[in-house]
Write a protein that binds this ligand. Structure first.
Ligand SMILES: [Zn+2]
Length: 78
C-alpha cells in the first residue's frame, strides 16, 4: 500500500533503473517532465533522479534551452 508508493518515489532514479532510457537534449518531451510549468528545473528530491543523472538532465535542459527547444524561466509570464 503506502510502502509501495514510498519505495517507488524514494531514490529510484528512472535512468538508473532503465538503462534504455537516455537523456537526450533533443528529446523535448522527456526534458519537459523535468521542468515546471514555469520552465524551472525540478529539484532532484522531487524527480527522484540520482545525482549523476540529475546533473545530466540539468545539462541537457540547458542545452535544449540554448537551441530554443525549451523556454528559459518564465517568471514574467503570469
Ligand atoms: Zn541515475
Amino acid at each position: 500500500m503506502f510502502e509501495d508508493l514510498e519505495r517507488k518515489r524514494k531514490k529510484t532514479c528512472r535512468f538508473c533503473e532503465d538503462k534504455s532510457k537516455i537523456i537526450d537534449y533533443k528529446d523535448e518531451r522527456l526534458l519537459r517532465r523535468f521542468i515546471s510549468d514555469r520552465g524551472k528545473i525540478i529539484p532532484r528530491r522531487i524527480t527522484g533522479n540520482c545525482a549523476g543523472h540529475q546533473r545530466e538532465m540539468t545539462i541537457a535542459i540547458k542545452r535544449a534551452r540554448h537551441i530554443a527547444l525549451l523556454p528559459f524561466t518564465t517568471e514574467i509570464f503570469r
